[in-house]
Design a protein around this ligand. Structure first.
Ligand code: ADP
Ligand code: MG
Length: 357
């Protein structure tokens, strides 16, 4: 399905004719991949997805689908299947009827309908439930019926807008794996919208991180986690989020509250003559020792069973660290800086300064 890529060329969208909610977006999404649009609520994810589906008019700019101008195509001409957060099933129809309904409208033969129904029910483990009504299903099962309904279209574009938001935490975990499985069945161009970074990390082959409709980073899950392009991405990906503070650079040392820490030469090269740098380190990369580098003041310690979360301050900044569950903190301990796990960002532009070597 190499031919089902998507390209946004200088796309603008305004709902009121005055303010742009999408302001000149350029973006290319390749064919056949699982791409996640990730960003906070209101950043324009649904608007973008609905533009691809043909449900939202494009104010300015060009949308290409499979290399062809698509701005003026009707939804039915776009080869898309879409799953929404609020997947309304028809309450008076059985699972089977709900799933076949679209195929009947599209005038599929009876045999074709039967075959696709069986195929989709099987993939999502719903075969036993086809005679049931929606009210006789759990939330997770209803969501899977909605996925089946989209799946039977075998559309080359599979669009999902926060499809798991209504499920409880455990069902979400299973459903994420099912979504990946659906994609692998016929490898459509799969575009998944979410504000949940864990979902993005587990479902996406590539993640597009958006803030206010501007692409912050477009990369693999590993790359957005390990080398975030800027402070926004660094804070958005990871839970608890990365510890970040602005650290003055004085004579080759960082000033962290009352402590001064000598900066290794290879990092000094990246810092250049900057006077302040934004320093970041993830909670899971923090260690403490009496031989540590930075004086801290611990405010509380929570035992989560699988880890201990330590909340403490460095100067005026609050930090979080996750440690082994059997870690015992003692007063004399300081924070150890593991330079292999440090991220530095420009104090003004907030862009990542890169990594030494
Ligand atoms: P997301 O899906 O990332 O939460 P949306 O694409 O739904 O964001 O919304 C982007 C922006 O457009 C928001 O500021 C939202 O309030 C606005 N918006 C979305 N839909 C409409 C609409 N139908 N009319 C007016 N404004 C809208
Ligand atoms: Mg949305």
């Amino acid at each position: 399905m190499e031919q089902y890529g998507i390209e946004f060329r200088n796309i603008h969208k305004s709902y009121d004719g005055k303010t742009d909610v999408i302001n000149g977006l350029n973006l290319t999404i390749p064919s056949g991949q699982r791409t996640v649009l990730l960003g906070p609520s209101g950043c324009g994810k649904s608007t973008l997805l609905r533009m691809i589906a043909g449900l939202e008019e494009i104010t300015k700019g060009e949308l290409l689908m499979g290399g062809q101008a698509a701005n003026d195509l009707e939804p039915g001409e776009r080869n898309v299947a879409m799953v929404f957060q609020n997947y309304a099933l028809y309450p008076h129809m059985t699972v089977e009827k709900n799933i076949k309904f679209g195929m009947e409208i599209a005038k599929f033969s009876k045999e074709e309908q039967e075959e696709r129904l069986g195929w989709a029910l099987d993939i999502l483990g719903l075969s036993k439930y086809k005679a049931r009504y929606p009210r006789e299903l759990s939330g997770g099962q209803r969501q899977r019926v909605a996925l089946c309904r989209a799946l039977v279209k075998k559309a080359p574009y599979f669009l999902l807008d926060e499809p798991l938001s209504n499920l409880d935490a455990q069902l979400r975990t299973t459903a994420r794996a099912e979504l990946v499985k659906i994609h692998e069945v016929y490898e459509p161009t799969f575009i998944y919208v979410t504000h949940d970074q864990i979902e993005a990390m587990t479902v996406g082959e590539k993640i597009i991180v958006l803030n206010k409709s501007i692409v912050q980073q477009y990369d693999t899950p590993d790359a957005v986690y390990n080398s975030p392009a800027n402070v926004f991405v660094a804070r958005f990906i990871g839970s608890p989020s990365m510890n970040i503070l602005d650290a003055p650079v004085v004579e080759g040392q960082f000033v962290f509250g009352e402590s001064k820490v000598t900066i290794p030469d290879k990092w000094r090269e990246l810092i250049g003559d900057r006077k302040t740098v934004t320093f970041g380190i993830r909670p899971e990369h923090i260690r403490f020792s009496e031989m540590g580098d930075v004086a801290i003041s611990v405010s509380y310690i929570e035992n989560h069973g699988n880890e201990k979360v330590i909340s403490y301050s460095v100067g005026e900044h609050t930090f979080m660290a996750s440690t082994e569950p059997d870690f015992e903190y003692s007063e004399a301990m300081k924070m150890v800086i593991n330079w292999d796990k440090v991220h530095l960002f420009d104090g003004q532009t907030t862009k990542n300064l890169g990594y030494p070597q």
